[in-house]
Design a protein around this ligand. Structure first.
Ligand code: GLP
Length: 260
């Protein structure tokens, strides 16, 4: 696993955006560049950077196919807190991506299990060049809560109280307004990508980063499954490294060619 430590949130997200743009620009096919995408505050800076790079003519998304990680069950696409709205407001509307190339799970599907099955089939048929993700404080990726299998695929998931409390900030601070269930790609879906890039920033993610890097592979910390991926990358800020050993930070900084 590669651990890239940047000074702060701005540098972390700039690094991630540069990485994504380089991958898109170097991609020669066959087919379109297939990219998995997250929501949340972690990727917001990445989307801002990608938009400005698009506007500066450094990248085009015209031939990029995206699949979002998750969606709340029971939220219509036009709900202010739906991940559909998040993605269109914060990214898709500002770049040249083709609507037909955007895929987001339907939170209002009549048969959510069938929706998940069809989404997984479609996503895994083409595979992914890169899956971008954030992490929850409890180590979840997408909505793969602790206990998720590394082989899990897209499915309906019950959210933990901790995740609903953490996400209440987007629902007027009221946990009861946060849906109890979500549709989410599985850990197996994410790990099937050629590369997985996870952004981890801030003091509230220190435990997740420690589990990801220094802990053993364990279903109670789904982020730790990244250790089993041949091309897993975490890009984090200095705040998030607070609970890592000094030696761990030095080790990874040394590999990246930065002396501490
Ligand atoms: C939600 C999303 C995750 C995201 C997590 C952390 O639970 N489903 O994909 O990684 O929140 O969000 P944030 O980046 O805002 O801390």
């Amino acid at each position: 696993m590669r651990l890239v430590i940047k000074k702060d949130y701005a540098e972390t997200t700039r690094w991630a955006a540069d990485y994504i743009v380089e991958k898109i620009n170097k991609f020669t096919g066959p087919g379109s560049f297939r990219l998995g995408l997250p929501t949340g505050s972690s990727p917001l800076g990445v989307y801002r950077e990608l938009i400005s790079m698009y506007k500066a003519g450094k990248v085009s998304f015209a031939d990029v196919v995206t699949y979002n990680m998750d969606e709340y069950l029971g939220l219509p696409a036009d709900h202010p807190q739906s991940y559909h709205r998040f993605m269109w407001d914060n990214f898709f509307s500002h770049v040249d991506i083709q609507k037909k190339n955007v895929h987001i799970l339907d939170g209002m599907a009549k048969d959510p299990d069938a929706e998940c099955e069809a989404y997984e089939k479609d996503a895994s048929a083409g595979g992914f060049q890169l899956f971008l993700g954030g992490v929850g404080q409890n180590g979840h990726i997408a909505f793969n809560e602790p206990g998720s299998s590394p082989c899990s695929r897209t499915r309906v998931i019950s959210l933990t109280a901790g995740t609903r409390i953490a996400n209440a900030r987007f629902f007027d601070g009221d946990m009861s307004k946060v849906p109890e269930k979500a549709l989410s790609v599985g850990m197996g879906t994410v790990l099937s990508a050629e590369e997985v890039l996870i952004i981890i920033t801030g003091y509230n993610k220190t435990k997740a980063l420690k589990a990801a890097v220094e802990g053993g592979v364990c279903q109670m910390w789904p982020i730790s499954f990244l250790q089993t991926h041949p091309r897993g990358i975490i890009v984090c800020d200095e705040e998030a490294t607070e609970e890592l050993k000094v030696g761990t930070v030095r080790h990874f900084r040394g590999i990246e060619g930065i002396s501490s």
